[in-house]
Design a protein. Structure first.
Length: 576
């Protein structure tokens, strides 16, 4: 263990205390020429000089002692220089094919069933040829659905008979509709006349009521104004009497309270007048035109309804006839369904449309794995025959780095099964919504799907293999960077230890983006600076002294300041 300490010298003490230096430089001949009567002051002056020099030396030693840094092992330095810094987002995913032939269920499940049950399924991962049997479904539900459709056809035939009967009853209904339309027109005319009557109409009465409110508000303003003037005069008089000593402070406060109360009543009266005027204006400008438009519209609608009643009689009969025709078409549609369900009996078996390897779909919407005995719905994917020559990786990246990844970014892919081979790819998809959380992942963690396609043709890769994707999101040109282990954090501040002519000192730095090895330094360092790569070995005696550490400088221990624990996190590094 090596310890580096700075010891003060006599020359340093002399330089720190000019008084002592001057005293030492006084020529001996001058001291001899002094009058003999002053010799008694020489010991006193010497004593003062010694005290001053001693105090300066103690202060110097205390200052330099607090700047001492000791090391528990030899320091390793790194020269700061400008270079390009490549920023990479790394995450894991699984392989899947870019193109595949999907095999789906084309059978519509019968009502009340989740789907159609699989009774035979080709083994997952097996190699099939064109025309090989892939899937076979249970036929019992299909036959039952055909029987149910036969019933629906009979129901549609019954509907046709009912619509014919309703057509015959429509004539009586037309008479009732005509009477109702005439009544609505008469009521609308009465309502409009009652509202527009200039002497006793609803609108005129409302105007009178608003005018009365305005008059009352004006009268109230006059009364409250007079009361306010009286209270103000009383308050002024009370102030004069209070100043002359004829009234007490409570009397003065009571007068002030009465004046403020009168002023408040006056303001309320003015507000009441403003509200009354505004209500009358609203009635004239908005409510009256709106109400008149409403009544005119109601009357116009009622008149049109009455005018159209005769035509509606013919129209209602036509609608009843149309219902008969619709029932006839429904019967035809249900008959077509019966033919369709009968034809679906031929789709109980699915044969391979091409040659390739079989890959089951992940799961059904109900969470069941694709297997014999599983029920699948119509248009639901059962399995696929992927193109193994064109593959892609589907990974999930953390939300903290989502903003860095964009479509078109280049990437490097390494498959766990072939670690010696690196594939080049490009980001084709970045999901806009987080993927559903599964397994033991916390619901607080938001992960987003990213699809990276492999540009080149591949061999030996299969869907589901694990892979690592390195996405190049940025490349900083000609920036200062230091190794991440050279950065330490103290009280939330990032720092580096820098070599200077006076020794190693702490330097606060501002960090930028980072990768796994280097981090950008935006401020605090210059090109050519020497930074310590093993800052944990430094014991800063200044911090020990400031914290009242009882250890002596000659008994160093390993520094407690850790390297920055969250450099990567603060620079948008995704957790792995």
């Amino acid at each position: 263990m090596s310890t580096t300490c700075l010891e003060p010298t006599d020359s340093d003490v002399s330089a720190a205390d000019p008084t002592r230096a001057v005293a030492l430089d006084v020529p001996r001949t001058e001291r001899r020429r002094r009058p003999k009567r002053n010799n008694r002051w020489v010991p006193v002056v010497a004593l003062v000089v010694v005290v001053v020099v001693s105090a300066a030396g103690v202060n110097w030693w205390s200052h330099h002692r607090r700047a001492v840094m000791t090391t528990s092992e030899p320091l390793v330095f790194h020269t700061v220089k400008s270079d390009d810094l490549r920023i990479v987002v790394t995450d894991r995913g699984s392989l899947e094919s870019q193109r595949e032939t999907e095999v789906v269920c084309e059978i519509e499940p019968m009502p009340g069933w989740l789907g159609t049950r699989i009774i035979y399924l080709v083994p997952n991962g097996s190699w099939v040829k064109k025309g090989d049997l892939l899937v076979e479904f249970e036929s019992g539900p299909l036959e039952e659905r055909v029987d149910n459709q036969v019933i629906k056809v009979e129901q549609a035939r019954a509907t046709l008979l009912q619509s014919t009967a309703r057509y015959e009853n429509q004539q009586a209904q037309n008479v009732t509709n005509l009477s109702r339309a005439a009544l609505n027109r008469n009521l609308a005319e009465k309502a409009l006349n009652m509202y527009e009557d200039g002497t006793e109409g609803t609108h005129q009465i409302a105007l009178w009521q608003h005018d009365l409110r305005i008059q009352d508000a004006q009268s109230q303003i006059k009364r409250t104004l007079a009361n306010r003037i009286i209270r103000a005069a009383a308050h002024n008089g009370m102030k004069m009497l209070y100043k002359q000593g004829f009234r007490t402070k409570p009397d003065l406060d009571k007068a002030l309270y009465d004046y403020l109360q009168a002023d408040d009543e006056f303001i309320k009266a003015k507000n009441s007048l403003s509200v009354a005027v505004a209500d009358r204006t609203k009635l004239e400008r908005y409510e009256h035109p709106m109400k008149k438009m409403e009544l005119d519209g109601t009357l116009s609608t009622a008149r049109q309804a009455l005018t159209q009643t005769d035509k509606d009689n013919i129209s209602q009969l036509a609608q009843a006839k149309a219902a008969v025709e619709a029932a006839q078409r429904l019967l035809e549609k249900e008959t077509e369904k019966l033919e369709k369900y009968t034809a679906q009996l031929d789709k109980r078996k699915i044969y391979s449309p091409t040659e390739g390897m079989v890959a089951y779909a992940d799961r059904t919407p109900w969470g069941w794995a694709i297997a014999e005995g599983t029920q699948v719905g119509e248009r639901m994917k059962i399995l696929g025959i992927p193109d193994l020559a064109s593959m892609q990786v589907r990974a999930e990246i953390h939300e903290s780095v989502l903003h860095q990844v964009h479509v078109g970014h280049r990437a490097t892919i390494r498959v766990d099964a072939f670690p010696e081979r690196a594939y080049q790819g490009v980001v084709q998809l970045v999901a806009g919504m987080p993927s559903p959380q599964q397994g033991s992942r916390s619901s607080d963690v938001k992960l987003y799907d990213v699809v990276v396609t492999i540009d080149e043709a591949v061999e030996g890769l299969k869907p589901g293999m694990s892979a690592v994707v390195d996405i190049s999101v940025d490349r900083l040109r000609d920036v200062l960077a230091v190794p991440v282990q050279a950065v330490v954090q103290s009280d939330g501040v990032n720092q580096c230890y820098v070599q200077t002519p006076g020794g190693v000192r702490r330097q606060q730095v501002e960090l930028g983006p980072t990768n796994d090895r280097f981090v950008q330094v935006r401020e605090g360092l210059e090109e050519g600076d020497l930074v310590v790569l093993n800052p944990r070995s430094i014991v800063d005696e200044t911090r020990l002294a400031d914290r009242g550490d009882p250890r002596k400088p000659d008994t160093p221990r390993r520094a407690a300041t850790p390297t920055v624990p969250d450099v990567l996190a603060r620079n948008d590094r995704a957790p792995h």
